[in-house]
Design a binder for this molecule. Structure first.
Ligand code: HEM
Length: 334
């Protein structure tokens, strides 16, 4: 009996030591990830019963670009961790996408995925040499936790999204989904947020955001067409390079800035975003069929990451398995 208690104590100390302050794992996360995998597979099988299978989320690639990710020289020493420890430039691959529509003219959320290469150090998952960042064009996610996310995917599978959102307990989700959708003049001009938190070094938690620093800004066209966003990106690159500031926002306390609620905005007055790097996209061609096909094959994963930028919280935890399983499923099918 005494031995059993000792072993139990050892396990609880080990898992406590592994979790970051503010994380609150419940032990059902692996099960949730498997349920998400199965449900999403059912949804994409139905959605793409013929032809190429696209991503479940962020399915329309607006474009993939070669870019340069330059870590700034004058970063506050307390933020100099992982890839931000050394100033200098890295090559990067960047993908912009529509979250749920193939028609750019429809109001939607937009996604931004970044893969920085030439990264020194062992990743927590994936291939050495890379660091991924995966962001959305809204500061908060429509679901607070993986249970809410799973319930939404199940509603999609059951064709009951409207009923799901009209249920009073889901009105917060409905409100966020409605306010997150927009028609920007260009994906190059808008802001992106990680919504979920990440480690910065061993002791800090941060969220990420990118904000335009381009000299050129697109104008809203008189008429919104199916591919107006791609056209705006091409027009931008014909005129000037694209510039984004990559910024981090520190968590100052877990009550107002929780790790475990992806639907909670961390107030920028309490903790402003601080630029730590710059992303530059030089003029280049990106809309040939070959460019788009290559873009479709690429898969990003927030866990393709150095330990210094480890994804935090339950929502990020389940993403590791779901993104990996779904990208394999998609690429095997195609
Ligand atoms: C539990 C929460 C989430 C689940 C289950 C989920 C699920 C997925 C899935 C299945 C894909 C497609 C993967 C593939 O086929 O390669 C995807 C892609 C994506 N998701 Fe999520 N997602 C979650 C949270 C988030 C969050 C918090 C963000 C950002 C704020 C985000 C942004 C994106 C983006 C930008 C992509 C496109 C990635 C790419 O370019 O390959 N997702 N998501």
């Amino acid at each position: 009996m005494a031995n059993k208690i000792l072993i139990l104590l050892l396990f609880s100390t080990l898992s406590a030591a592994q979790s970051f302050p503010g994380e609150n794992f419940k032990g059902n996360e692996d099960n949730l990830a498997r349920q998400m995998e199965n449900t999403i597979k059912q949804v994409v099988r139905q959605r793409y019963s013929a032809g190429a299978m696209k991503r479940f989320n962020q399915a329309k690639s607006l474009g993939c670009f070669d870019a340069t990710f330059t870590v700034k020289k004058d970063i506050n020493p307390s933020l100099q961790h992982g890839i931000f420890a050394q100033p200098g430039s890295h090559r990067a691959l960047v993908r912009f996408a529509n979250a749920s529509t193939t028609d750019d003219a429809k109001s939607d959320l937009r996604g931004l995925s970044i893969r920085v290469s030439g990264v020194k150090g062992k990743p927590v998952w994936g291939k050495a040499g890379y660091q991924d960042f995966v962001l959305n064009s809204h500061p908060v996610l429509f679901a607070a936790n993986p249970e809410e996310f799973l319930a939404f995917i199940e509603a999609q599978r059951n064709d009951s999204v409207i009923w799901h959102l009209l249920t009073p307990t889901n009105w917060d989700t409905l409100y966020i989904l409605l306010s997150a959708r927009s028609n920007p003049a260009s994906p190059f001009d808008i802001r992106y947020w990680s919504t979920t938190p990440y480690q910065l070094g061993e002791e800090q938690a941060v969220k990420y955001s990118l904000q335009s620093c381009s000299s050129y800004q697109s104008e809203m066209p008189a008429e919104l067409t199916n591919n107006y966003l791609r056209a705006a990106m091409q027009q931008h690159l014909n005129n000037a390079e694209v510039c984004f500031d990559f910024m981090v926002q520190r968590q100052t306390n877990n009550e107002d800035m929780p790790i475990e609620d992806a639907s909670a905005k961390w107030n920028e007055d309490d903790s402003p975003f601080i630029p730590v790097a710059r992303l530059i996209i030089q003029p280049q061609s990106f809309i040939s069929a070959a460019d788009i096909a290559q873009c479709e094959k690429t898969a990003f994963n927030p866990w393709q990451s150095l330990a210094a930028h480890k994804p935090l919280g339950r929502m990020n935890y389940v993403r590791k398995h779901v993104y990996y399983a779904l990208s394999r499923f998609r690429n095997n099918r195609n």
